[in-house]
Ligand binder design. Structure first.
Ligand SMILES: Nc1ncnc2c1ncn2[C@@H]1O[C@H](COP(=O)(O)OP(=O)(O)OP(=O)(O)O)[C@@H](O)[C@H]1O
Ligand SMILES: [Mg+2]
Length: 250
């Protein structure tokens, strides 16, 4: 289980995340949606520990990130918005390097073979990462996140640029994490996917949570019928909040 409490992040004077609290339970897939610049990537980066939060607390399976950094990081996996792989390694070496970092080498060969096959990278296993296409690099980043059995998987816009088969594989792998009672937090602008994949949606605007709930609960909040898409609901709620904010400020 992932627990985030009063997460606050300033980049110098820019308030990116404003005391956000939420949890992702065991076996739950939560979608983080919101306009550009809302703070989604910052939240994920603070949880994984690559950006230092200004204040707040992150807990994984009862362990505090601040006091158990190494143990917590071993429980997490992260697919970044823009992958920055080690380009001078081969695809296979890259996967191996990540597995070594997580000290999960026991069934590495079998696992690597399966990941490379699922993401159509098996014929590229001996090629330098440098030579991969953009989508292939994205698939490698996803494969790296699944090379160990993380308790919590964080994905930042993972569906952009990958082909339909890759999208299908990734969705199945996310559902497998749910089945083994892991927690998944996924930021996405692809609302149709979020609607079908996520158990719960958190809407972020200007660093704050402005709505949260199951798809049905969000429909009720937006006072829209069940036929409305998540996109309709999202746009209604986001606009509503922007109107409230403008009215309050004026
Ligand atoms: N490294 C940085 N230095 C300074 N400001 C930053 C940095 N990264 C993000 N920000 C600012 O923090 C805020 C939140 O950005 P963030 O990247 O978290 O948004 P996002 O919700 O992921 O947006 P998008 O949907 O475009 O990916 C924005 O105002 C952004 O300009
Ligand atoms: Mg982002």
């Amino acid at each position: 289980m992932l627990k985030v409490e009063k997460l606050l992040k300033y980049y110098r004077k820019t308030l990116a995340v404003d005391e956000i609290s939420f949890t992702v339970n065991d076996g739950e897939i939560v979608g983080l949606v919101g306009p550009n610049g809302a703070g989604k990537t910052t939240i994920l980066r603070c949880i994984i520990g690559i950006v230092q939060m200004t204040d707040g607390r992150v807990e994984v399976d009862g362990l505090d990130l601040a006091t158990n950094e190494e143990a917590v990081k071993k429980l997490l996996a992260f697919v970044p918005e823009v992958p920055t792989p080690y380009e001078m390694l081969t695809v296979y070496e890259h996967l191996r390097f990540i597995a070594m970092a997580y000290q999960t080498m026991s069934d590495f060969d079998k696992r690597a073979d399966e990941l490379l096959r699922r993401f159509d990278l098996d014929d590229k296993r001996s090629d330098f990462v440098l030579s991969l296409s953009k989508g292939m690099k994205q698939k490698l980043a996803i494969a790296c996140a699944f090379v160990h059995d993380a308790r919590v998987i964080l994905l930042d816009e993972p569906l952009i640029g990958i082909d339909p088969k890759g999208v299908r594989e990734l969705k199945n792998m996310i559902l497998d994490v749910k089945d083994r009672k892991g927690s998944v937090l996924i930021s996405t602008h692809m609302l149709d996917t979020a609607e079908h994949l996520c158990d719960r949606i958190i809407i972020i605007q200007k660093g704050k949570i402005t709505a949260e709930g199951t798809i049905d609960e969000l429909h009720q909040r937006a006072q829209m019928g069940r036929n409305a898409s998540l996109e309709d609901v999202f746009l209604t709620l986001v606009e509503e909040n922007e109107t409230i904010e403008t009215t309050t400020l004026s």
